[in-house]
Unconditional design. Structure first.
Length: 201
């Protein structure tokens, strides 16, 4: 199997393994007895989370080594903190905006990844913190993320998705940049479709 085939297969697996449902649309799934394993699986249950987190990893690949470590770390920290806030019902008024922010994060990350702005660290870091908070808040609404093992599960799974994106970028981007850009555009268009469908129609 060629490197191109491996790359396309990996991208296909990431996309096709997600049912078209929003992570924030899993109503009634707040679990008082959630385990580490449940928390670790949870970020993989919504395609919106998976694609956004993989894109953050790919955006990190555009940075220098240390800045590339900082970007996903900021996302994980923001995500875990907001999951805890949501689980203890801090700022619940924020919950009605979560799905919109998550879709917006996909749209912006997809567009930025395909543009020259992908190397601008500070603006991207700011977006990563804001949107990391939104993604984490969605997890906290569905899991009682007020225990250390739950928070660790969410953080670890999120970090793994970032590593997947970062690894794909570092291994394949130089040779297959057009495929990565098409992926970014595709994510942006998909999120734009749902933004229009959910909020304008």
């Amino acid at each position: 199997m060629t490197n191109l085939q491996k790359l396309l297969l990996t991208i296909f697996f990431i996309v096709s393994s997600q049912n078209i449902s929003f992570a924030v649309g899993l109503k009634g799934e707040i679990q008082d007895s959630a385990s580490f394993l449940v928390a670790a699986i949870h970020p993989w249950m919504g395609w919106d989370h998976v694609l956004a987190m993989v894109l953050v990893g790919m955006l990190a690949g555009h940075q220098t080594f240390y800045k590339g470590l900082i970007l996903p770390s900021l996302f994980v920290i923001s995500c875990v903190m907001s999951a805890f806030f949501a689980s203890v019902e801090v700022g619940l008024y924020f919950s009605s905006y979560i799905e919109f922010l998550i879709l917006t994060s996909m749209f912006i990350f997809g567009l930025v990844f395909t543009s020259r702005f992908a190397k601008y660290f500070l603006p991207i870091a700011t977006l990563v913190i804001i949107f990391g908070f939104a993604h984490g808040y969605a997890h906290g609404l569905e899991l009682r993320a007020n225990k250390l093992n739950i928070l660790f599960g969410i953080g670890l799974s999120t970090a793994i998705l970032h590593i997947v994106g970062y690894g794909l970028f570092k291994i394949y981007y130089e040779k297959y940049s057009i495929i990565f850009k098409a992926f970014g555009v595709g994510v942006a268009l998909l999120s734009l479709f749902y933004l229009i469908k959910n909020y304008l129609i």
